[in-house]
Design a protein around this ligand. Structure first.
Ligand SMILES: Nc1ncnc2c1ncn2[C@@H]1O[C@H](COP(=O)(O)OP(=O)(O)OP(=O)(O)O)[C@@H](O)[C@H]1O
Ligand SMILES: [Mg+2]
Length: 234
C-alpha cells in the first residue's frame, strides 16, 4: 500500500538450533500509517520479539521485506541501516538494556550523543524526565533504581531524540500497575503530541488497549482476533 509508514511484506524468519529449525515468522504482512499507535499481542513464542527485531533492522529477515519510512531495510548497507536506526527509531527493550556504570541522566543523554543529535536545548530532556517522574533519580545508577524506574529511564532514552518511530517490546512486562500506567501514558502522549508512530508489543490486554489498533499473532502468523483464544477471555 502506498503511503504506509511501516510496511511488512511476507516476512519470514527461521532460527537454526543445531539440527532443529524454528520457524519464528511464517509470512507476516501488515502496514502501519504514520502517527498510528499499534499494539501487537500473542502468546509466548508466537514471534513478537522476532518481529520487533526485524522491524527495527536489528536482525535480517530470511524472506520478505520491511519498508520503514521509504527505506527498504534489506537494501541498506549495515552502515546506512545503523544510521537510519539512530535517526528514526526509539527502542524500548523488555530487559531495559541500560548501561550499569552510568547514572540515569547519562544513560538518557548517551542516546543523544550516539545519534549525533546536537540539540543543546535541555527542555525536552527536562520535560520527559519530569513526565516520567525521574527528576529525583537522575543521579542513580541502574542498580540503585527499581525495575519500574529503570524502564522509565529506558523510555526516556528511547524518546530523547524525538524519533519518528517508537518500537517497544513488552515495555510494561515487568512493571506494577502504577509504573505501567506512567509508561503507557507517556507513549500515548508522545504519539499524540509528536505524531510518533508507535508499535508496542504486549501481552497485557489493558496495555494493548492504549493503541488505536491491535494486531494478533500466533505461531508466527497474524490471526483474526476471533481466532486468538487467549483474547476471547478478556
Ligand atoms: N535466538 C534464537 N534462536 C533460536 N530460536 C529462537 C531464538 N529467538 C527466538 N527463538 C524461537 O522463536 C520463536 C519465537 O520467539 P519470540 O522471542 O519471537 O517470541 P515472543 O512472541 O516474543 O515470545 P515472548 O512473549 O515469550 O517474549 C520461539 O519458538 C523461540 O523459541
Ligand atoms: Mg518476546
Amino acid at each position: 500500500m502506498a503511503g504506509a509508514f511501516i510496511e511488512a511484506r511476507e516476512l519470514r524468519k527461521t532460527y537454526h538450533v543445531g539440527k532443529i529449525e524454528v520457524e519464528a515468522l511464517r509470512g507476516i504482512s501488515f502496514s502501519v500509517e504514520k502517527g498510528e499507535f499499534v499494539s501487537v499481542v500473542g502468546p509466548s513464542g508466537s514471534g513478537k520479539s522476532t518481529l520487533f527485531y526485524l522491524l527495527g533492522g536489528l536482525t535480517r529477515a530470511d524472506g520478505g521485506s520491511v519498508v520503514l519510512d521509504g527505506d527498504d531495510l534489506a537494501k541498506l548497507s549495515d552502515a546506512e541501516r545503523t544510521r537510519m536506526r539512530k535517526r528514526k527509531i526509539g527502542f524500548v527493550f523488555q530487559k531495559f538494556n541500560l548501561l550499569p556504570t552510568l547514572d540515569a541522566e547519562s544513560n538518557i543523554l548517551m542516546a543523544k550523543e550516539i545519534s549525533g543529535n546536537g540539540d543543546r536545548d535541555p527542555s525536552h530532556f527536562n520535560r520527559i524526565t519530569d513526565l516520567l517522574g525521574l527528576t529525583k533519580r537522575l543521579k542513580h545508577r541502574p542498580s540503585e533504581l527499581s525495575g519500574g524506574e529503570q524502564q522509565r529511564v529506558a523510555l526516556a532514552r528511547a524518546l530523547i531524540n524525538k524519533p519518528t518511530v517508537v518500537l517497544a517490546d513488552e515495555p510494561t512486562g515487568n512493571l506494577d500497575s502504577k509504573n505501567s500506567d506512567i509508561v503507557l501514558k507517556m507513549l500515548r502522549l508522545s504519539n499524540k503530541e509528536l505524531g510518533q508512530t508507535v508499535l508496542m508489543i504486549t501481552h497485557n490486554p489493558e496495555a494493548a488497549g492504549y493503541g488505536d489498533r491491535i494486531i494478533h499473532m500466533r505461531d508466527g502468523q497474524i490471526v483474526n482476533p476471533e481466532d486468538d483464544p487467549q483474547w476471547v477471555h478478556h
